[in-house]
Ligand binder design. Sequence first.
Ligand SMILES: Cc1cc2nc3c(=O)[nH]c(=O)nc-3n(C[C@H](O)[C@H](O)[C@H](O)COP(=O)(O)OP(=O)(O)OC[C@H]3O[C@@H](n4cnc5c(N)ncnc54)[C@H](O)[C@@H]3O)c2cc1C
Ligand SMILES: NC(=O)c1ccc[n+]([C@@H]2O[C@H](COP(=O)([O-])OP(=O)(O)OC[C@H]3O[C@@H](n4cnc5c(N)ncnc54)[C@H](OP(=O)(O)O)[C@@H]3O)[C@@H](O)[C@H]2O)c1
Length: 370
Amino acid sequence: MKNPFPAPVLGVRPVTKPGSAKETIHVDYSLEGSGLTYVTGDALGVIPCNDPALVDALIAALGLDAAAPVNAADGTPTTLREALISSYDITTLKKGVLTKWNAAAGSEKLAAILADKDALKDFCWGRDLLDLATDPEMKASFADAAAFVGILGKVNPRLYSIASSLDAVPGQVSLCVGAVRYTCRDRKRGGVCSTFMADRLQPGDKVKVFVHTNKNFRLPEDGNTPIIMVGPGTGIAPFRAFWQQRVADNAAGPMWLFFGNPYKATDGCYEDEIAPLVESGKLKLSVAWSRDQEYKIYVQNLMEQAADEIWDWLEKGAAVYMCGDANRMAKDVEKALLSIIATKGGRTEEEAAAYLADMKAAKRYQKDVY
Ligand SMILES: Cc1cc2nc3c(=O)[nH]c(=O)nc-3n(C[C@H](O)[C@H](O)[C@H](O)COP(=O)(O)OP(=O)(O)OC[C@H]3O[C@@H](n4cnc5c(N)ncnc54)[C@H](O)[C@@H]3O)c2cc1C
Ligand SMILES: NC(=O)c1ccc[n+]([C@@H]2O[C@H](COP(=O)([O-])OP(=O)(O)OC[C@H]3O[C@@H](n4cnc5c(N)ncnc54)[C@H](OP(=O)(O)O)[C@@H]3O)[C@@H](O)[C@H]2O)c1
């Protein structure tokens, strides 16, 4: 991350259709002249800018001058507004920044929250600095703009699974991003980096990026090895890179994609790219539209229904990949996989776990979950 490259934006387009509950976008960046390379399975670090509207509201609530001179987080002299947009973290509340804030606020209420670990965790969820600046019990008074930025940390980069192969699109890198939007305390809020890309990027804009290597998420060296890819939602991202790579390599190994999203009408992803692969027999596709019926259907339900064939693929040496939600999906899919190994492979629970552990050791079971 030492020298992020200011990558020109080539384009931003919607992936899901209007009205989707899983608003997803596709972003292409140019890496021309950067010297940056990546391997399919790697992630891209993106350094976001804050929403100018949020910055303006914060400056106004603090009664500071937007044009006041301050140093950006890297020490470069600039204005308060520019520094808050491009380099400081104004949305993540943590003990450190709250303690410094309270040195200027002297709030008894905030002091009590800071002294109670659970209350602090609860307080920080879904709040940002504007919530503090507009709370009469917590409002702080800073001597000047420099004193205010002095309490702030640097904006954090966010990682995104790379959704392209350099062999398919030389000099480019693509991302598939879910826009994080929610309403909290009567204010519409957006995830910093996902809405920066979804709402405010124009072709030609430059965004600081770096490659984050992930040696634990790699296609098999042998292009003949069958691969099973399980990627609901934005979990599809690295698998677009995988199928691009296999096509670019003219690899013969069969591919099976398990994808899932709420509704067929609005939430298909990369359908125009997937269709020819399916038609030509290169890719087998199983899609779980979770909300198109009264009960939920998830990728693991489709895997269970196809247990015989999955077991056949596993016994033929298939590698299994999983990407997306770490909290629920990854655990449930692993459970389904273990159950398939146990029932179709005639193994006990322990033996099934050992089978999966062996697959993992042989790099035939890899996860990119977040
Ligand atoms: C290795 C890796 C790969 C990844 N790949 C991808 C990918 O390919 N595509 C993708 O879209 N994402 C991916 N992510 C996730 C991505 O890095 C970001 O975490 C995501 O885009 C959100 O970042 P943000 O800046 O938009 O949101 P942030 O500004 O970081 O906001 C998220 C925070 O908002 C708060 N929040 C969210 N919802 C609510 C709510 N309902 N109520 C109250 N508070 C809420 C929570 O505090 C949450 O932590 C990946 C993550 C990792 C680690
Ligand atoms: N760390 C972060 O900051 C961050 C930021 C963004 C996303 N994420 C994670 O990345 C995930 C991907 O987000 P996304 O919006 O693209 O998709 P998602 O929320 O994972 O949803 C994709 C599909 O998976 C289904 N699903 C829900 N629970 C499941 C389960 N237990 N097993 C299998 N499928 C399940 C959803 O169904 P229903 O919705 O109909 O139940 C939907 O059809 C998020 O869930 C989130 O956990 C993390």
